[in-house]
Design a protein around this ligand. Sequence first.
Ligand SMILES: [Zn+2]
Ligand SMILES: [Zn+2]
Ligand SMILES: [Zn+2]
Length: 82
Amino acid sequence: MCQNVIDGRYHTTCGHFIAMSTRLQDCLRPNCLFSSRHCHAAGCKSSQCVRLMVAPQRNPIRISETRCADCVMRGAEGMIGV
Ligand SMILES: [Zn+2]
Ligand SMILES: [Zn+2]
Ligand SMILES: [Zn+2]
């Protein structure tokens, strides 16, 4: 089955993953709807064909030892009125 791979930045301090780009990893199977090798035309109704995609996989291409922008912003907001 095909899989979406999400390239992004992983922030070790807050544990958040910020997606930068998504790409499709083609399984190259003729019975997979998402593959470029799919042997049927669009609107395939074959029960033999895979219609599901595997859950996207996170691929941290950058590691940041800081908090993500969201957390920095939230932290700043939390400071207001303290
Ligand atoms: Zn596939
Ligand atoms: Zn098909
Ligand atoms: Zn964060």
